[in-house]
Design a protein around this ligand. Structure first.
Ligand SMILES: Cc1ncc(C[n+]2csc(CCOP(=O)(O)OP(=O)(O)O)c2C)c(N)n1
Ligand SMILES: [Mg+2]
Length: 913
């Protein structure tokens, strides 16, 4: 025997006396020893049950570990179904009738796509995705998915985007859609309503709930949706329910970081109402997902490792017969050797290939010795077997303590025939020729004559057919047709004008940042009887950066398990307080996760009939450029709420440098059609925008959302300008432009108009002073709160004028407001020059744009503003140069001014620096 010394060195102990034995003696010893251990285990299993066996194995492993014995880690189980045949529940439905219904839906889905492409070549659509997933969906529709009429128990289902033809075809058979609607698949600009290519609530607001087609977004959204559902219950906004969140994904989709990036969070939160179904047809668009390995086994390992309940639905019922025969486990071992590229060949080439290549040993051949090719052809994939799929769903909805993922093996292009089944180009297949159509018809037994088939006809049975009655009955029992988006949220009155009053007074000498102003606005809302409980602050680990840590104590951080530890800063007034009823969603360092929470909270009015208002505050640089696709999705999904890009501005966030300083998020916010973007300079501007946002989104129920940038530069906040009525001020702030400070130099001959925004407003004000004091120029300072709003208005007016020749032309706000203003217009912001440039054409005179194009860098604000040429002197000089350009300022004077203002003509262009 080796001593403990070996164990400490990590050396396994080895019995030295065995070295004396001959190989035969050793083999005999091993046999006896194995038998003894197995007999002991059998005894324990019989008398103590599986729990005791698990406990003992655990203890054995720990014991062995002490002596340095390392058991190899395996996160996978054998490549067979997780649920053995004897544990399958009885199927509750009429299998034959369901098969018939499935055939009808399959047919119509195919006909819809093929027909669309016949009529309009290149219009696209997908046949093969749904063909592989039909059973996965249909078992859900018949027996699991609860529709909107199920009230609090209604499920959320994320349908795989490319499978949408299947949902449309079902709705047709259900008689929710007529033939015309189906004919207009991917033709949404016809006289009759069409069908969107993919799930888009923007385009089909009564039908689709969740946009899924940008792959990877549905998975992460579904996780945060499930967590948000828990949050609503914990906060008393919704009663407990048995609601589930189902997400259907492609196996290729698991390549996306967003797909797998948050799975550990789902397990940590024990989201056992979350069920993912991954359609493992082993293929993506170009070819196999993991031809040289097994995507199912790989995913099993990943999900098990992350703490999910994994149910593999690999093989159909026919395989059970072989597994039963296989007492030696040869079949299970063969499955473990099977790789996806090989497996795909069996799908494509059928029984002969299977017989020759899969059953590749005498033992395996023996298993099928009496089987015909027809028998072999019935060896199906689990995901096409409703009994297997039902067993998996049945177990998933009952599972407690962790989310479930079902890994269902299917064949891409299933049943579509030789041209499409399991072939590499199948994803792109949009057409079938007449013979293929006929073969498909025969396979599905659809009663359509040969001479009709050239017209790609749809087919559905009558309302009194057994198929329709069954469909209707099943859906009635489960809460009605799905998918369906129902908005049943109350109108919430916006806070009155008094909400803004205190902000109109300014802060006198007290210096505060617009971020702090936002926190005050939020606090005020939190105290409001109506709005307080609806507010959902969302932060990805930067609350302290934004000075929001006081909220931890005040409203608590949501935690599904409360706070099981005594926080280290418990003595502190602002300690880190986690609680089950907490209001803040403190997401940690995941902008994609936080944005998913924003979407869940911002669409609760539709998903739950509850008007929660997300305020998602984050480092502005890690906004649109990081999670742009989710922001686009939020627009599609008609999400409401406020995104707050904090520590915004290329020159306002000093020190942090190139990767942190945001000077372009307002440009990135431009393309999202229903997003309103503001870059407020002052406290009252921000309060006005928030109040208006609440009014438009929750009182008027408009499908818009807001982006506001807030900075961390402390400044005294001014009172509202006296020269404007309250109404005119609010109007200007919301439309994007108003005169903040007219020049006091009433009799000056030279005038300039300075447009400032956000933090750079203070530079514009300082520039105005320089111009007035040192150069005798009357400088009028305007506040641009929203370039986006001004641009949208200008485009709208421009278009109207073009379409209405002969009528009195209208004028955009930017023109109207600046029309009487004299002299050059100079605009400066902490963002790229493209923003004011976009307005130049619509203003009464061209705009001189100053902005922060180029990479940021670390330094103090003054240096940064000098570098990007948006500081007071640069603004003043640009104004003087523009005056000179108009002949109002002499060239010599300009040269002198350049010197006096220390403007270096040879300075490096910040754009390329
Ligand atoms: C983010 C993103 N990238 C690329 C695409 C284009 N695309 C659509 S489907 C597809 C392949 C999908 O494969 P898989 O997820 O396995 O789904 P299947 O159709 O096989 O069920 C690709 C690349 C997309 N829709 N979204
Ligand atoms: Mg796939």
């Amino acid at each position: 025997m080796a001593d403990a010394h070996d164990a400490q060195n990590g050396e396994p102990r080895r019995g030295s006396e065995r070295d004396q034995l001959s190989p035969e003696e050793l083999a005999e010893l091993h046999r006896i020893e194995t038998r003894e251990w197995l007999d002991s285990l059998d005894y324990v299993l019989d008398s103590g049950g599986p729990e005791r066996v698990t406990e003992l194995i655990d203890l054995l492993e720990q014991h062995a570990h002490r002596y340095g014995v390392r058991t190899p880690f395996s996160s996978t189980t054998p490549y067979i179904n997780t649920i053995p045949a004897h544990e399958q529940p009885e199927y509750p439905g009429d299998l034959a009738l369901e098969k018939r219904i499935r055939a009808l839906i399959r047919w119509n889905a195919m006909a819809m796509v093929v027909r669309a492409n016949k009529e309009s070549d290149g219009i696209g659509g997908h046949i093969s995705t749904y063909a592989s997933a039909a059973t996965l969906y249909e078992v859900g529709f018949h027996h699991f998915f609860r529709g909107p009429d199920a009230g609090v128990d209604a499920d959320s289902v994320y349908y795989q985007g490319h499978a949408s033809p299947g949902m449309y075809a079902r709705s047709y058979v259900e008689r929710r859609f007529d033939v015309e609607r189906l004919r207009n698949f991917r033709r949404e600009l016809q006289d009759d309503p069409g069908l969107a290519s993919y799930p888009h609530p923007w385009l089909m607001p009564d039908y689709w709930q969740f946009p899924t087609v940008s792959m990877g977004l549905a998975p992460i959204l579904s996780i945060y949706q499930a967590r948000f559902d828990r949050y609503l219950v914990a906060r008393g906004l919704k009663p407990e329910s048995d609601r589930k969140v189902w997400a259907f994904l492609g196996d290729g989709e698991t390549d996306e970081p967003e797909t797998l990036g948050a799975i550990k969070f789902a397990a940590r939160e024990r989201l056992d109402q979350l069920i993912w179904v991954i359609n493992c047809n082993l293929q993506r668009l170009d070819g196999p997902v993991y031809g040289n390995g097994s995507i199912i086994q790989e995913l099993e390992g990943i999900f098990r490792g992350a703490g999910w309940n994994v149910i593999k639905v690999a093989w159909g019922s026919k395989w059970d017969e072989l597994l039963e025969r296989d007492t030696e486990g040869v079949l299970a071992r063969r499955f473990n050797r099977l790789i996806d590229g090989e497996s795909q060949r069996y799908a494509a080439f059928g029984a002969r290939e299977l017989r020759e290549r899969f059953f590749d040993s005498p033992e395996l051949q023996q298993l099928i010795e009496d089987w015909s090719d027809d028998d072999l052809a019935q060896l199906n994939r689990g995901g096409h077997d409703p009994v297997k799929v039902y067993a998996a769903y049945h177990r998933a909805v009952r599972h407690r303590g962790s989310p479930t993922v079902i890994l269902a093996r299917t064949v891409k292009g299933y049943a579509l025939g030789e041209a499409a089944e399991g072939r590499n180009p199948t994803h792109q297949q949009k057409k079938l020729d007449i013979d293929e159509m006929k073969a498909y018809r025969d396979r599905l037994k659809i009663p359509i004559d040969d001479d009709e088939i050239v017209k790609f006809p749809f087919h559905r049975p009558d309302v009194d057919s057994p198929e329709y009655r069954y469909l209707k009955e099943r859906r009635d029992a489960l809460g009605g047709w799905a998918p369906r988006r129902v908005v049943d949220a109350e109108v919430v009155e916006a806070p009155g004008p008094e909400f803004v009053d205190e902000f109109l007074e300014g802060t006198k000498e007290r210096e505060v940042s617009t971020t702090m102003v936002f926190v005050s606005v939020l606090r005020k809302l939190l105290r409001d009887e109506t709005w307080g409980k609806l507010v959902v602050p969302i932060i990805p680990d930067e609350a302290r950066t934004f000075g929001m840590e006081a909220l931890f104590r005040q409203i608590g951080i949501y935690s599904s398990v409360g706070q099981k530890y005594e926080p280290v800063d418990k003595e502190n007034l602002m300690y880190y307080r986690e609680t089950e009823s907490g209001q803040i969603l403190e997401e940690g360092i995941t902008e994609a996760g936080a944005m998913s929470s924003f979407v869940a909270a911002g669409t609760a009015y539709a998903t739950h009939g509850i008007n929660t208002v997300p305020f998602y505050i984050y480092y502005s640089m890690f906004g649109f450029q990081r999670i742009g696709d989710l922001a686009w999705l939020a627009g599609d999904m008609r999400a409401k709420g406020f995104m707050l890009g904090a520590t915004a501005g290329r020159t306002t966030l000093a020190g942090e440098g190139l990767q942190h300083q945001d000077g372009h998020s307002h440009l990135l916010a431009m393309p999202i059609p229903n997003l309103l973007a503001y870059d407020p300079s002052f406290a009252y501007e921000l309060a006005i925008v928030v109040r208006e946002g609440l009014r438009r989104m929750y009182q008027e129920q408009e499908s818009v959302f807001y982006y506001l940038t807030v900075g961390n530069e402390n400044r005294p906040q001014p009172a509202a300008p006296e020269h404007l009525s309250r109404e005119a001020l609010e109007d200007g702030v919301l439309r994007g432009l108003y005169l903040f400070r007219p020049s006091a130099k009433k009799r000056a001959r030279k005038h300039v108009q300075l447009l400032g925004s956000g933090a750079i407003m203070h530079e514009a004000l300082a520039a105005a002073e320089v111009l007035e004091r040192d150069f005798g120029v009357a400088a009028h300072v305007w506040s641009v709160t929203s370039y986006k709003a001004l641009h949208r208005d200008a485009l709208e007016v421009d278009r109207w004028n073009r379409l209405h020749p002969g009528e009195t032309p209208r004028r955009p706000h930017v023109h109207e407001a600046l029309d009487d203003a004299k002299g050059p217009i100079v605009a400066a912001s902490d963002y790229v020059k493209m923003l004011p440039d976009a307005l130049s054409r619509y203003a009464p005179r061209p705009i001189v744009s100053l902005g922060t194009d180029g990479f940021g860098r670390s330094d103090a604000r003054a240096e940064l503003r000098d570098h990007f040429e948006v500081d007071a002197k640069s603004i003043a000089f640009a104004a003087l140069a523009a005056l000179a350009g108009e002949g109002q300022f002499g060239e010599d004077d300009l040269a002198k001014a350049q010197k006096a203002l220390a403007i270096d003509p040879d300075k490096r262009n910040p754009h390329v620096a």
